[in-house]
Ligand binder design. Structure first.
Ligand code: C5P
Ligand code: MG
Length: 204
């Protein structure tokens, strides 16, 4: 008897993967596969230059000539101020002093803008403005590496594990349980299965 918990092999990395792929608390191999194949790896060009050097102007020209999306870190921050978000006041006071906004805020805004765009090529103007900006951005870049690892693990799972399941399945020894739903909903099915096994095999 092999209760097939398709999610069990992913549990260790669950939080990380969930965060990267926006997955629900419990998910099946199929859900992960769909999420992974829909991941786009955007092509990003940072455009850097001193204040008033005209990078915004050139970016607008590059965007229309080459069909890339233009994101300006400064504009994203200013939009956040005008949207009256929780960080708005903090951003306003930092920009007023000509200082650099905490990287976590700026990187989140850039990340959100990339995720909500249909484009796959971006100019990011005015970012990274500091080593802290760069390091914070590279930290979200590493999620991509995890996605590559997940893709490889899915391939290995299909190649090596599915034949094992098929072998026992052909002998009528596999009980499949869908891992969709809440922990309680799944356990209800697991409970039913084990109850019937207990009856049939008499284990205590
Ligand atoms: O690039 P721009 O000149 O539009 O930026 C305006 C201001 O936004 C900067 O002076 C800075 O206070 C803030 N900024 C930031 N971090 C960035 C880009 C801009 O804090 N990466
Ligand atoms: Mg600008």
């Amino acid at each position: 008897m092999i209760p097939w918990r398709s999610w069990s092999w992913l549990i260790g990395k669950q939080c990380q993967i969930q965060h990267a792929l926006n997955l629900p608390a419990l998910f099946t191999t199929e859900t992960v596969k769909d999420a992974v194949t829909s991941i786009r790896r955007p092509f990003i060009t940072f455009v850097l230059g001193g204040p008033g050097s005209g990078k915004g102007t050139q970016c607008a020209r590059i965007a229309s000539a080459f069909g890339v999306a233009h994101l300006s870190a400064g504009d994203l921050l200013r939009e956040e101020i005008s949207s009256k978000s929780t960080n708005g006041e903090l951003i306003r006071s930092i920009i007023k002093e000509g200082k650099i906004v905490p990287s976590e805020i700026t990187v989140n805004l850039i990340h959100k803008a990339i995720k909500s765009s249909t484009a796959d090529k971006f100019l990011i103007d005015g970012f990274p403005r500091s080593e802290e900006n760069r390091i914070a951005f590279e930290r979200i870049g590493r999620i991509d590496d995890n996605i590559e690892t997940i893709k490889k693990r899915l391939k290995v799972f299909e190649k090596l594990n599915l034949p094992v399941i098929s072998y026992y399945s052909a002998k009528g020894k596999v009980h499949k349980i869908s891992a969709k739903g809440s922990v309680d909903e799944i356990f209800e099915k697991v409970h039913q299965l084990f109850s019937s096994l207990k009856e049939a095999n008499g284990f205590a």
